[in-house]
Design a protein around this ligand. Structure first.
Ligand SMILES: NC(=O)c1ccc[n+]([C@@H]2O[C@H](COP(=O)([O-])OP(=O)(O)OC[C@H]3O[C@@H](n4cnc5c(N)ncnc54)[C@H](O)[C@@H]3O)[C@@H](O)[C@H]2O)c1
Length: 342
């Protein structure tokens, strides 16, 4: 069975109607692959499915997944579908385990049935939890999620690694740091509802004049605000295409961080949003949230070496400019009321 994929192959993209999935479909199409989106549209947008067919289905439905893989002669799978909110996972851990863990189990069973052997999995920096010390996080650092969302993604990684051992699957888990920005050509962008990510919330605040609450200004960071590693969604998308084409996956399973390796604080984000929008977002400072690590910044050297991947959008202002351009001329999605949270 061939593990790697080549141009012309059809790739099943679960969650391909969502934010990162739709950008990856565009990158796949430009690299000569044919993306087939599998999504229940619970949080995605049919308007974002522009580069191949959309199969509407639940990722926990093994039979439908397997028959879709066979019907479309799928050669590889990129699995994005799942629930993504840390706060939501604290309120409904059962739902997160159901969609995110049972979803992975179903994808693995269907791949086995349909004889598909290459899988790229959307993982997250949340698998690291709160780092023991400041610094760049590498894949060899301790894993210890601090919320059910992170637990469910780490459980997914472990189930995939075990399946690589058990039945010859080859998989890469890509641990994204903070996905941000939008398609530079403006076709697709971030349209979560509800939105919980800082950049789109800050843009909404700047454009609407509503106020944003920032949680904590007393972190042990240079300016006292949380620092995160913002990576452009088109750079994330390209990394998936490169991982699909790897001709060898060490030990059958590899995990790789995807970030720029540069931290930006909440205040730096707010300033960059203000520059892009022409006026700064109003914001107030609230108390820290439980479980917010001061700093989450990737050491991306493994992905750089293994995928020969470098972020093309290597500057926070440019990343945010693409997000603002999308928000000003958005082709789908609604503006939800700005929650008093960021
Ligand atoms: N956005 C980030 O910053 C970030 C960071 C790290 C990891 N991730 C991971 O990346 C992946 C994609 O995130 P996103 O921001 O694009 O989210 P998104 O909500 O925009 O996309 C997820 C897609 O999955 C679909 N979906 C959800 N449950 C489903 C189910 N049971 N069956 C079929 N489809 C289902 C939704 O309709 C949606 O289109 C997720 O797995 C997430 O955990 C995201």
């Amino acid at each position: 069975m061939k593990g790697y994929t080549v141009q012309g192959d059809r790739i099943l993209v679960t969650g391909g109607a969502g934010y990162i999935g739709s950008h990856t479909c565009k990158a796949l199409a430009y690299a000569g692959y044919e993306p087939v989106v599998y999504d229940d549209l619970s949080n995605g947008h049919a308007e974002a499915v522009l580069w191949g067919p959309l199969v509407k289905g639940d990722v926990r439905d093994v039979d439908r997944l397997a028959s879709t893989m066979s019907a479309h002669s799928i050669s590889g799978v990129i699995h994005f579908a799942g629930l993504i909110e840390v706060g939501g996972s604290m309120r409904r851990p059962d739902l997160y385990w159901d969609h995110n863990v049972n979803g992975v189990a179903a994808v693995l069973s269907a791949m086995r049935q349909a004889d598909v052997s290459r899988l790229i999995f959307s993982s997250t920096a949340a698998v690291y939890g709160t780092p023991a010390q400041p610094g760049l996080l590498s894949e060899t650092d301790a894993l210890g999620p601090i919320n059910p969302y992170g637990d469910s993604k780490l459980a997914g990684e472990r189930m995939i690694a075990a399946s690589c051992n058990a039945f010859g699957l080859e998989a890469v888990a890509l641990r994204y740091f903070n996905a941000s920005g939008a398609d530079p050509e403006g076709q697709i962008g971030e349209a979560h509802n509800p939105e919980t990510h800082l950049i789109p919330l800050a843009i909404e605040a700047a454009l609407s004049g509503q106020s944003l609450t920032v949680f904590g200004s007393d972190f042990p960071t240079p300016d006292g605000f949380c620092m995160r590693d913002y990576i452009h969604v088109a750079d994330l998308a390209r990394a998936h295409v490169l991982a699909l084409g790897l001709d060898r996956i060490d030990g059958g399973f590899e995990a790789m961080n995807l970030g720029r390796g540069v931290g930006a604080s909440v205040v730096e984000v707010i300033e960059a949003v203000g520059n892009a929008c022409g006026r700064p977002p109003l914001h107030t400072i609230g108390p820290r949230r439980a479980g917010d690590p001061p700093m989450l910044v990737a050491d991306p050297s493994r992905a750089r070496a293994r995928l020969e991947w470098r972020p093309e959008f290597d500057d926070l202002q440019t990343i945010i400019d693409t997000a603002v351009a999308w928000r000003r001329d958005r082709r789908f999605g609604v503006t939800s009321a700005l929650p008093n949270a960021a």
